[in-house]
Design a protein around this ligand. Structure first.
Ligand code: SF4
Ligand code: FES
Length: 242
């Protein structure tokens, strides 16, 4: 089949104006959007800029907007995106600065993840290393769900509240905060909760569910944010102190 792409081109080092460019390339019906981009760059236009690495929905680097929806290019088949053979429109992730073509600057996204203390902060004074700290199976399954985040930025790009408030922490950072607040081995819950409950934090979430709908790894940031809201209220009532 001829796979047709309509790619948003942008090069800040030239005139700075974005424009759309059409490409058509012969591909098998099983081709993903990423396969087609790679073939286009190899056969037609070596100047086309996009990110990719694993090609298996593991690294998160190929996230972009495909026909307006934030997705992984390596997990989306051209035939799914365009069953009637129309050109598939490709744009960089929304709510992030664009470096070139489909390459977004992920810096603001990573900064927000860093802001929520995204690590296990065990206090040795409270937890002398005399034994192994076990996590029960039910909680461990829940932690794995949130730990599955590949930091692709799909939820961030899909979230209308991030678009409305560029200081809003966003779904991925809040899901990461919940992953550690839910961990019984962590001793920084109070600090983390006070960080996420600030003006541009979790109360900005209007439960729109876009993050849950589009996350390619089933992380469900909406659930994480609701649980964080509950924990924040428990902290205000004095049930969480450490
Ligand atoms: S929560 Fe899902 S969509 Fe958001 S960054 Fe993580 S893997 Fe990507
Ligand atoms: S190339 Fe790694 S997630 Fe798509």
């Amino acid at each position: 089949m001829e796979a047709k792409l309509r790619v948003r081109r942008y090069d800040p080092s030239s005139d700075g104006l974005a424009q759309y460019q059409l490409y058509g390339v012969e591909m098998p019906e099983s081709a993903t959007v990423l396969d087609t981009l790679l073939a286009t760059r190899e056969r037609l236009d070596g100047s086309l800029a996009f990110r990719c690495a694993c090609r298996s929905a593991i690294c998160g680097s190929c996230a972009m907007r495909i026909n307006g929806q934030s997705r992984l290019a390596c997990k989306t088949k051209v035939i799914q995106a365009s069953p009637h053979g129309r050109p598939v429109t490709l744009e960089p992730l929304a709510s992030l600065p664009v470096l070139k073509d489909l390459v977004a600057d992920m810096g603001p996204f990573y900064d927000k993840i860093r802001a929520v203390v995204p690590w296990l902060a065990a206090d040795p004074a409270k937890r002398p290393p005399v034994r192994e700290y076990l996590v029960d199976a039910g909680r461990s399954t829940k932690l794995s769900q949130f730990a599955a985040c590949i930091q692709c930025g799909v939820c961030y790009s899909a979230c209308p509240m991030v678009a409305a408030d560029d200081r809003y922490l966003g779904p991925a950072a809040l899901a990461k905060a919940y992953r550690f607040c839910h961990d019984p081995r962590d001793d920084a819950k109070a600090e983390r909760l006070s960080r996420v409950a600030r003006e541009h934090g979790l109360w900005r979430c209007h439960t729109i569910f876009s993050c849950q709908e589009w996350c390619p790894k089933g992380v469900n940031p909406t659930e994480a944010i609701q649980n964080l809201k509950k924990l924040t209220m428990l902290k205000r009532l004095g049930f969480i102190r450490e």
